[in-house]
Ligand binder design. Structure first.
Ligand SMILES: Cc1cc2nc3c(=O)[nH]c(=O)nc-3n(C[C@H](O)[C@H](O)[C@H](O)COP(=O)(O)OP(=O)(O)OC[C@H]3O[C@@H](n4cnc5c(N)ncnc54)[C@H](O)[C@@H]3O)c2cc1C
Length: 405
């Protein structure tokens, strides 16, 4: 396997994240998989540590909130100083090596936090500091096609009044606020869809129920009702203008930052499966030789090498997408390429690892069966495999969403 080194400035931080993932996430992994919907209390302490790292600057960009892009005036010489997208991706990767569901349950590290970090003004960033924010896009009649959102936000004096139903909201039960996508004017199509930060205690917001799921069972997934929910106008993220030329650009910008993060979750989870499988194969007497062609080795060794190569490709694409964000380069194409590749790789690799380990892989003796279940969602949320491929095709062929559906 090619072994590109983690940049020196991130090394201590990544080692720290790995240690925490081993001691606090991996060690509680099975317990909270079995106790679905139980609150993983160990995460409160962990979240405080992540906050501390962020505040001290040691872990600039730690976790989901670290995806803010540099602006042109970040540095006098035009160089980007912090590389916070890359450090977010690297830290999330390590944490998901520990446990994806628990990472998704980390206080103040929700996908809504990434949305806030991506598009909030400095004033909003300050006001929502310390908030744990979930992200609510999906509705009963709208999944992949987010332009079909039917939730509304009506202007009323200094407030917007929100109505609608949101489903499958990750951390929706436990968070402090929800970033809700709603339309300012249903007749104006996708350009009128904006995101609003809605504190959970706002009257009219109710959490209806939590889902039972195949994987990431330690993460809560909620249905949320919005019934005449009033939020101050200052809680709209980005511009309130309905610019039909720009279409979806405002809210979609979030995905350029969050898709590499979800890709890194798949990369972290798959690496966990590869490491355990390698150990089991070695103990079973299979020799994996990096200096000889795969096709002349034992079948299990050859399969393993193929899986590692697939993993490496996903890893590098993920780093590339995050690096581009840090360097203020447009990365929509690369973010979708990384998400598509890592999502599919995560599914393939974790399931093939179950296969290679046989009955040990299928049983609860190991976490391999759990990682195969956990990885499935990473190829679904933040845009499914098929949707990423569609976006990539549109970008490469220079087609609009109306031309290529
Ligand atoms: C555990 C979990 C957590 C989630 N967390 C969140 C969250 O925090 N916030 C949130 O807003 N949502 C969340 N979701 C919802 C998730 O983002 C959606 O499930 C996803 O976008 C797909 O939408 P859908 O389920 O309605 O499937 P559909 O859009 O109905 O798609 C069904 C199938 O058709 C395919 N398909 C759809 N359109 C096309 C097309 N044009 N071409 C080819 N194939 C197509 C899809 O790829 C998929 O395979 C979560 C879902 C789950 C299961």
């Amino acid at each position: 396997m090619i072994n590109l080194e983690v940049p020196k400035k991130f090394r201590a931080f990544v080692n720290q994240a790995h240690q925490v993932a081993a001691e606090m996430l991996r060690s509680n992994s099975r317990e909270y998989d079995l106790a679905e919907h139980a609150y993983p209390k160990e995460l409160d302490m962990l979240a405080a540590m992540v906050d501390g790292l962020g505040a001290s600057g040691t872990g600039s960009g730690a976790g989901a909130a670290g995806v803010r892009r540099p602006s042109a005036d970040d540095d006098d010489d035009g160089q980007v100083k912090n590389g916070s997208n890359l450090s977010s991706v690297l830290s999330v990767l390590e944490m998901c090596w520990g446990d994806v569901g628990l990472l998704l349950s980390m206080p103040r590290q929700g996908l809504g936090n990434s949305a806030i970090a991506s598009v909030a003004t400095d004033e909003q960033l300050e006001r929502f500091k310390g908030t744990w924010a979930a992200m609510a896009i999906t509705e009963p009649g709208c999944g992949s096609d987010s332009a079909a959102i039917r939730s509304t936000a009506r202007e009323d004096g200094d407030h917007y009044v929100l109505n609608g139903e949101k489903i499958f909201v990750t951390a929706g039960g436990r968070c402090d606020a929800v970033v809700v996508w709603a339309s300012l004017d249903l007749s104006k199509g996708r350009a009128a869809i904006k995101s609003f930060v809605v504190p959970k205690d706002t009257p009219g917001l109710t959490v209806e129920r939590l889902e039972h799921k195949l994987g990431i069972r330690s993460s809560d997934t909620a249905t949320i009702h919005l019934d005449d929910v009033r939020v101050p106008k200052q809680n709209l993220l980005g511009s309130p203008e309905i610019d039909t030329d720009k279409g979806f650009a405002g809210v979609m910008q979030t995905f350029d930052n969050t898709r590499p993060i979800v890709a890194s979750m798949a990369v972290g989870c798959a690496r966990a499966a590869l490491e355990v499988t390698k150990d089991l194969l070695t103990r079973a007497g299979v020799v994996i030789d990096y200096d000889r062609p795969a096709q002349v080795q034992q079948a299990a060794a050859a399969t393993y090498l193929q899986l590692e190569a697939d993993w490496e490709a996903a890893y590098l694409l993920t780093l590339q997408a995050a690096w581009m964000a840090d360097n203020a380069q447009p990365n929509s194409l690369q973010a979708s390429v990384a998400k598509a590749k890592a999502g599919r790789m995560g599914n393939d690799v974790t399931l093939r690892c179950v296969e290679l380990a046989g009955s040990l892989g299928y049983s609860e003796h190991e976490l391999l069966e759990k990682w195969a279940r956990d990885s499935k969602i990473l190829d679904i949320f933040e845009g499914t495999q098929q949707i990423q491929q569609l976006i990539v095709a549109r970008r490469l062929l220079n087609k609009t969403s109306a031309e290529l559906k």
